[in-house]
Design a protein around this ligand. Structure first.
Ligand code: GAR
Length: 226
């Protein structure tokens, strides 16, 4: 049965584009059925429309508070009956009700090596701390902001003279490989949240997550195959 995927965005949607391109280039039984944004001017909505995907804005400024907004968002999302909801640069703090509603099939991509640097300005913070490595993480979403069981990380070096802009662009290039890998694992029924733990092929993923740089091409497909 085709895995129905819904993507939530707030901005340029380069990660969304990577997901669209991946589904278009490698056969897998998944389809992005809709893209929703909290901002009508999000460039990613245009990317979706160009790909023939229904794209709509549910503007948070039209709602009195977070609870009412998330309730409206849930109603819109559920019209599309998704099996998987992907946050791809959706810059909103989610209510407990929202997170609980999609528990087990809600994933996020965050531009840091979680649990480091939850929240904003992650690239600047990594530079300020003198880190030699930085990156991005895909994780299941729970109530804790940028918390939740880690699935897969991409690690990049922090280079001398890096600015938040140069570092962000190095991280983003990796994100465009990272998110499609995890999306595929979910579509293929290999990635699941079981009793609060992320599991791949029935094996609990270590709390620190798997590292994409350490998976060879075959392992991206079958990391636990013997
Ligand atoms: C991505 O780098 C993603 O990791 C980040 O927003 C960017 C969206 O870029 N997400 C967060 O910061 C969530 N806390 P995009 O719109 O070009 O995909």
């Amino acid at each position: 049965m085709t895995c129905r995927i819904l993507v939530l965005i707030s901005g340029s949607g380069t990660n969304l584009q990577a997901l669209i391109d991946d589904l278009g280039s490698n056969p897998v039984d998944g389809e992005i059925v809709a893209v929703l944004s909290n901002r009508a001017d999000a460039q990613g909505l245009e990317r979706a429309r160009r790909a023939g995907i229904p794209a709509l804005a549910v503007d948070n400024r039209d709602y009195a508070d977070r609870e009412t907004y998330d309730q409206a968002l849930i109603a819109e999302i559920d019209r599309f009956e998704p099996d998987l909801v992907l946050l791809a640069g959706f810059m909103r703090i989610l209510t407990e009700k929202f997170v609980t509603h999609y528990r087990g099939f809600l994933l996020n991509i965050h531009p840091s090596l979680l649990p480091k640097y939850k929240g904003l300005h992650t690239h600047q913070r990594a530079i300020d701390a003198g880190d030699t490595e930085h990156g991005s993480t895909v994780h299941f979403v729970t109530q804790e902001l940028d918390g939740g069981p880690l699935v897969l990380q991409a690690v990049v070096p922090v280079l001398n003279g890096d600015t938040p802009v140069t570092l962000a662009s190095r991280v983003q290039r990796q994100e465009h490989d990272l998110y499609p890998v995890v999306m595929r694992w979910f579509i293929q029924g290999r990635l699941r949240l079981v009793e609060g733990r992320a599991c791949l092929d029935g094996h609990p993923i270590p709390p620190a997550g798997l590292v994409m740089n350490e998976l060879n091409n075959d392992m991206r497909e079958h990391p636990y195959a013997s």
